[in-house]
Ligand binder design. Sequence first.
Ligand code: AAL
Length: 430
Amino acid sequence: MRIIIIFLVASFWFISCQQSSTNIASESKNKEEFPFFIPNEKPDRPLSAAVKRNYEAYEHIRPEQNELYTQFKYTKLKGFDYNGGDGTLTRRDPSKVIFENGKYYVWYTYRNTPVKSVGMARAKEANDTIPSADWDLAEIWYATSEDGFTWEEQGVAVPRPPKPHVGWRSVTTTDILKFKGKYYLYFQAFMEASGLRGDFCPVSVAYADSPDGPWTHSNKIVIPNGPKGSWDQYSIHDPYPLVHDGKIYLYYKGDFDKRPELKPSKIRMQGLAIAEDPLGPFIKHPLNPVINSGHETTLFPFKKGVAALVIKDGMERNTIQYAEDWVNFEIASIVEMMPVAGGPYITDAFTDTKDGRGITWGISHFTNAGGDWKNNHSILTRFDCDLSVDIHDDQMKEHYIKYSPEDHYKKRLSAKQHARIKEQNNKLKQ
Ligand code: AAL
């Protein structure tokens, strides 16, 4: 018996050695070294997984030739005051930008309260004048611009309706749809101070015949929270409508699976709901969530499909993704310093295009703009990029951003991390 076992082990070892040498042998079928001038098409030779990915996963093997790779540049906007940054006035979560009546339009969350927000953790202290979160007790305002850099605030578009109407606590995080000549603003409709239970809300809609209003609040929940136990049972955030296939494709974010023992604990993913009529019914896609990472939604028609800026959270954050079928997204590029809550100017957002041209600029936001959570407020900013098939701006296609030593030293170790390192050093000396 012992001899049989020894024989079996020896023969298994021999076969496995043979196999690994066969693998190496087969890989060494590569008669030549990988070439200095990299082939544009995938060469007929065994490739490593990484080089294979360069040919199969991305549109191009070089970032500068990848239409869905870009750097982002930012410009301060003129025309918005923030009460000296004391936390009482915030503008954030801008919509897409549209061009009508010879000018640009953007809508956004506007909070102007007598005192600054107390923070979601202290939501119990919130009342009719004390906001919990930066976006609590907010309305939807809008501004116009001739050039996208200097803006003129026009005032309120959708005010908070009286209690118990949909969104009576706060109407926030809006986005614009133009469909069959009418205009629609979708927005988060809070019926409780954010933070009391969580950042919980559904989505409602208002409509108008002109981008300047007057807006009629539907007082309807058009994207309801999901059923109990579902991923989007509490948060339907960042509604983002585009027109595709003659329908409204509305992407949104859901926050879920908050586990106090994990930090940061929430998972954020993005879903899709589709309707034939802007006032619904919206049918949530059976494959939801359709994007496995990200935070605020920013998407644009691109060639036959749709591209998405996937920012901040999740395993695939800091990527630009693409779905030719508008549902199944793949990573198209890895990028940095992405616009947060970006609202791009998209020429073909509502044209049901089959040849999306892409984007070159938009409006986004910076939260905690003063760097002091005690006076937390957000500001709007402009971003520029080259995610367009109609331009080639090589200054936007550089491979990386060179951060200064000071930029790196800003991310300094905490006292807790220093203590851990000191303990590790001490252990070595014992
Ligand atoms: C934003 C968006 C939604 C959230 C909050 C306000 O960045 O994700 O709108 O509810 O934060």
